[in-house]
Design a protein. Structure first.
Length: 224
């Protein structure tokens, strides 16, 4: 299971001892490279006091950045090891970190959210319709969903079957094979519309910037 591999990755990072508190990153990243594409400004001009959840937060870097902007930020991850790292690094920022699957958290917790984000996180690994509907139910009116996934045209053609396996490099350089739903932007738009969300932006990001094909697909959608 992918969560077991993320736990194994976290265990390797924790092998050197208890992780230390870190300062929040200066920028929110939507790709696996820094400084490419928009930052947190894509979520709105004034984020202070907003309720924002990151689905699949990993070690919590983006959640911590949002907390540093005054967001009431919560990071969700199904990996206990990743949540342990996130809390050790960033609990001092005021960010909350909860171990849960994305669907369970969205369907269990009460209240409305101003925004939901996923950066190579929970949006993508499974067939999207159910998770997108759960996101839509939890968003306030005009609430925003923003997510990035591997670009379906990164190899030149959209895969014939939507469920594919891709090898990614973890921060420590080790490979991880992940399963995800690899569909064209138009298919994402239809899935979001069926979930009751209006697409406001589709961005092809090149990471690295000199890549010959887009490597990351970033989509934003609003609850009407």
């Amino acid at each position: 299971m992918t969560v077991d591999r993320w736990d194994a990755h976290a265990a390797r990072r924790l092998a050197g001892g208890q992780p230390q508190p870190l300062e929040p990153p200066l920028r929110m990243e939507w790709t696996q490279r820094s400084g490419i594409g928009p930052g947190a400004e894509i979520l709105g001009a004034d984020l202070v006091g907003r309720l924002i959840v990151e689905l699949g937060c990993g070690p919590g870097h983006n959640t911590a950045h949002l907390a540093g902007l005054g967001v009431r930020a919560t990071g969700i991850d199904s990996s206990l090891g990743q949540i342990h790292r996130a809390r050790a690094h960033y609990a001092h920022t005021g960010a909350r970190f909860v171990r849960s699957t994305a669907s369970a958290y969205l369907n269990r917790e009460p209240g409305q959210l101003d925004a939901i984000v996923s950066v190579f996180g929970a949006v993508g690994p499974t067939e999207p319709s159910q998770l997108l509907r759960s996101c839509s139910r939890r968003l306030t009116r005009e609430g925003l969903l923003a997510f990035s996934v591997p670009h379906p045209q990164r190899t030149g053609t959209v895969p014939a079957h939507p469920r594919t396996r891709t090898q990614v490099s973890l921060p420590d350089g080790s490979p991880l094979v992940v399963q995800h739903w690899d569909i064209a932007p138009t298919s994402w738009v239809r899935a979001l519309n069926r979930a009751g969300l209006l697409v406001t932006g589709v961005h092809d990001l090149f990471a690295p910037t000199d890549a010959c094909r887009p490597t990351t697909l970033l989509i934003t959608a609003r609850k009407p």
